[in-house]
Design a protein around this ligand. Structure first.
Ligand code: ZN
Length: 186
């Protein structure tokens, strides 16, 4: 019968889920022996499975429970302690590196302004080019010594030298850039 097939589906669903039978089923079970047998067989299978499951239960290794609980507690409390220690170590290293760098910068001698050689305007283009090339490079020890000696010369000598150089520069400029008829020098 079709109604019996429908009722047996409902019996199977109820037994599998462990729920009570729908309200309409007990009436049918009283009147239909076939469905009542189906239901009783299902109940018996369920009881056998439940008792068998108890026998088949295998106890877990004693350490497993503790391990699982520890893992659960760790995940609840946030990052692993080892990871926290590593993060702290990295932070401490970065701070130490910054402090060491700052110490080195602090203890470096202040940059001294480098004495610049006075450009002798009377120098010929070859010498000037040489001077520019020398200025572009870092001065050697000898050059620094020479500059120091020049700077130590008495002011009067230096002024005379500057005036002399200025005259020579003017003469040189006039000679090189002015037409002959405008040149003040013979
Ligand atoms: Zn039936």
């Amino acid at each position: 019968m079709l109604t019996c097939w429908v009722y047996r589906q409902k019996i199977s669903e109820s037994l599998d889920a462990g729920h009570a039978l729908p309200r309409t089923l007990p009436n049918h079970l009283q009147s239909c022996r076939s469905c009542r047998d189906f239901y009783e067989a299902g109940l018996q299978i369920n009881e056998l499975l439940a008792s068998g499951a108890g026998r088949e239960r295998v106890s877990s290794p004693p350490f497993l429970q503790g391990k699982i609980l520890t893992a659960l507690n760790d995940s609840r409390e946030g990052p692993h302690p080892g990871r926290i220690r590593l993060a702290w170590a990295a932070t401490a290293f970065a701070v130490a590196a910054v402090l060491v760098g700052a110490w080195f910068l602090w203890h470096q001698p202040p940059l001294q302004p480098q004495p610049q050689p006075v450009v002798r305007s009377g120098q010929n283009p070859g010498q000037a080019a040489e001077w520019f090339a020398a200025a572009a490079r870092l001065p050697s020890e000898d050059t620094l010594l020479e500059w120091g000696q020049k700077l130590d010369q008495p002011l009067e000598t230096e002024l005379k030298s500057v005036l002399h150089d200025a005259r020579k520069a003017l003469a040189s400029l006039a000679q090189n850039f002015l037409p002959d008829e405008l040149s003040p020098l013979p």
